[in-house]
Ligand binder design. Structure first.
Ligand code: DAH
Length: 351
């Protein structure tokens, strides 16, 4: 093997050992660079005769081309290897099924609220919302529950800043304050009519929302929901309450043979007052009396606080617990599950 052949061979070997583009460029410099071996050979031709230059030059050129070819081949091989490594690292299986975005759903209590609003809406009830931070006046006093009234102790709650020492602001303990809040607005709107001795349109409203008490066990949560109902007119009687509430319960639970019981009770803001119990005739809860709402004929003092004459206007109110209705409808036995936020529990409910 002559000197040129072995030079080509050693270049090929060195290129083959280069595993990165940078190594390869360094190897190249040893042969084709400014002071590389091939360049040295070219310089060495200066002393040769014209004839010798011709044949020597041609041989050197052949060797140089062979080295350049080896370099190009190795460059391509390294680039290919790099591309393959990339493709392998970023492998993408386009046949895999796409990842579905889970679709959200309503909270079971929200589903109940929507059902309540829909059913009462179909009976001509408006929906009103009010503040969760309530004044002592609306939460208690306006509802015929003065400062020293014993019924207040059943409504232990969270007091917040604002208000006065004797009438602090608080997190409302029930939705009943919405009775007076809503009625006052209604009366204001129809003041001229009322003053002229004419009849104002009836107040027919429900007020759903969050309520708060210092209470926590399997059936009580410090935050819970209530839905208030109020119907005031010139001729609204207990009979109307019975019809409306019976209709509501049968529709809500989708059970026509549901039986209701109005059990005498006491609330400061109604007289007479009742607890409403229901009884399913079939299913796991059949035969038991289950309390679902407080209710009663609105107390004359409350009617007066609404800005109306209790001799002329009369009506009924009720306050029920949507959380409890939800538990009964779905057979849930621990209220706290609704507020733990565990998606495995919550995702079981469809409207
Ligand atoms: N506010 C009462 C409570 O939280 C429930 C209630 C009872 C509401 C009788 C009413 C009613 O409107 O008439 O316990």
């Amino acid at each position: 093997m002559n000197e040129l052949d072995s030079l080509v061979e050693s270049a090929q070997q060195l290129f083959a050992q280069a595993h990165t583009p940078a190594d390869l460029e360094n190897a190249k410099a040893q042969f084709l660079g400014k002071s590389g071996k091939m360049t040295e050979l070219m310089k060495g031709m200066a002393q040769l005769s014209v004839e010798e230059k011709k044949s020597r030059g041609a041989a050197i050129n052949v060797a140089k081309q062979a080295i350049e070819a080896a370099l190009t081949a190795r460059r391509k091989a390294l680039a290919d290897a790099e591309l393959q490594a990339h493709l392998k690292a970023e492998v993408l299986d386009v046949t895999l099924p796409g990842r579905r975005r889970g679709s959200g759903g309503l909270h079971p209590v929200s589903i109940t609220m929507e059902r309540i609003e829909g059913i009462f809406g179909s009976m001509g009830f408006d929906v009103a919302e009010g503040p969760e931070i309530e004044s002592d006046w609306f939460n208690f006093t306006a509802l015929n529950t003065p400062e020293d009234h014993p019924a207040r102790s059943m409504h232990d709650t969270f007091y917040v800043e604002g208000g006065t020492q004797h009438a602090p602001n608080l997190l409302r303990t029930h939705t009943s304050p919405m009775q007076v809040r809503h009625a006052v607005q209604h009366v204001k709107r129809y003041r001229n009519l009322i003053d002229a001795g004419q009849t104002m349109p009836e107040i027919r409203v429900i007020a759903p929302g969050r309520t708060y008490r210092v209470d926590s066990d399997a059936t009580h949560s410090p935050m819970f929901h209530q839905c208030e109902g109020l119907w005031i007119g010139e001729n609204v009687s207990f009979k109307d309450l019975k019809v409306v509430f019976t209709d509501f319960c049968k529709t809500f639970f989708e059970q026509d043979d549901l039986v209701l019981r109005f059990r005498p009770s006491f609330f400061p803001f109604t007289e007479p007052s009742a607890e409403i119990d229901i009884q399913f005739q079939s299913g796991p809860l059949a035969g038991r009396w289950l309390e679902v709402s407080g209710a009663g004929q609105v107390h004359p003092n409350v009617v007066r606080n609404m800005g109306l004459d209790p001799e002329k206007y009369i009506g009924f109110a009720f306050g029920m617990g949507p959380d409890r209705l939800t538990m009964l409808r779905y057979g849930v036995n621990d209220l706290r599950l609704f507020f733990d936020g565990d998606i495995r529990f919550l995702s079981q409910f469809q409207s």
